[in-house]
Design a protein around this ligand. Sequence first.
Ligand SMILES: [Zn+2]
Length: 175
Amino acid sequence: MPFAVTHALLTLFAVLLYFDFFQKKTIFPPHTIFIAALAGLLPDLDIPLSGLLNLLGIPFPLLDHRGILHSPFFGLLFFIPAVYFMHAKKRHLKIYSFLLSLGVLFHIFLDYLIGVGDGHLGLPFLWPFNAVKYPPLLALFHIQIPIIFYLGLDAILLLVFILYDEYKHKIKNFI
Ligand SMILES: [Zn+2]
């Protein structure tokens, strides 16, 4: 499975590239980096959450790892406040809500694309209409990826991100 750094950095990259190439005037709201990284990690909140609930003796299967927090439905929920804030002309809150939505959807896409299944756990793409967990792409082809690949991916992405940021000097644009 992709680790936390991969999820956070790839979401950040997607956001930065969007602002760099599709928005001519690159002025981000103050917490854009934090919210984008948080959004990329949000679905895996089910790992500590389910662990805590199980520890307390309150099992809640829907919150198990790769449960409802890994459904596109969860990501799309953030569109509701996004649309509300758009109409209320609250630019920053609108952007944060869209980031949360897209970050969650991007996380699910990555788990599908390069995750091998976390003990062959699938993803509930159609929840709440259907509770079936669909296997990630690589699991369909019985491809196993060694954990060192994901560790290496974390390290490479971190270096590329630092280089990109240094090159573009984007930090100054987060005002
Ligand atoms: Zn995940």
